[in-house]
Design a protein around this ligand. Structure first.
Ligand code: IMP
Length: 207
């Protein structure tokens, strides 16, 4: 049994893995990249009705396959004037990042209230499926009228976080790492692990 709990990151996205790994290591757990553990990726259909359901489903499939505690994320953009759409469908409204932005700006052509938020859910699941810890992080801001900047991905070129004048795509990775929805969610999980010796020993013994 490893003294440092090992947790599998349930995704094939290495950039997200690297971002999350650094933060969780400070809480005394080792994050393993799912495809490295299994020797390949797993495609899990994201058919839940909430971010948490999708994150839980992905984490459970990877935990079953690897026999290790697994953590998965799911995220999206919510726009107040669109009844909080596209939400869990954020990646499915069009085929590419530029066409998704085009879709969003067309939906918001006559909208004055540009309030929006990014949401990220994380689910950490034990391999026996009997316990799950979940956390959500939010990043509030507003949607610009046209894209600006070249960093990041997805809706970053049209999202201006609260307290800033520039889009995430203009602000770059340092600011995003500090304030993003994913960072807030990882911070929440990390705080929980820091505070809970019990959870860490459960993770270390559950393989
Ligand atoms: P997933 O959680 O990787 O499946 O992301 C869902 C979709 O939400 C992405 O394809 C993006 O369209 C959008 N999204 C989630 N997080 C971000 C972000 O940090 N910046 C920009 N778009 C994001």
């Amino acid at each position: 049994m490893s003294l440092v709990p090992e947790i599998v990151f349930a995704s094939g996205n290495r950039n997200k893995y690297i971002e999350i790994k650094k933060r969780l290591e400070k809480s005394g757990v080792q994050l393993l990249f799912g495809p490295d553990v299994l020797g390949g990726n797993l495609n899990v259909v994201e058919d839940g009705s909430t971010y948490l359901e999708n994150a839980y489903k992905k984490a459970l499939v990877w935990a079953n396959e690897t026999g290790l505690p697994s953590v998965a994320d799911d995220s999206g953009l919510e726009v107040k004037a669109l009844d909080w759409r596209p939400g869990i469908y954020s990646s499915r409204v069009a085929e590419s990042d530029p066409s998704r932005i085009e879709w969003l700006l067309a939906q918001m052509a006559n909208v004055e209230d540009r309030t929006a938020r990014f949401v990220a859910a994380l689910a950490l699941v034990l391999p026996d499926g009997k316990q799950c810890w979940i956390v959500e992080g939010f990043c509030w801001g507003k949607i610009e009228h046209e894209p600006r900047g070249s960093c990041g991905f997805g809706y970053d070129p049209v999202f201006v976080p609260e307290g800033f004048e520039k889009t995430f795509a203009e602000l770059g990775p340092d600011v995003k790492l500090r304030i993003s929805h994913r960072s807030v969610a990882v911070e929440g999980l990390s705080n929980m692990l820091n505070c809970s010796y019990m959870v860490k020993s459960l993770l270390a013994s559950s393989r």
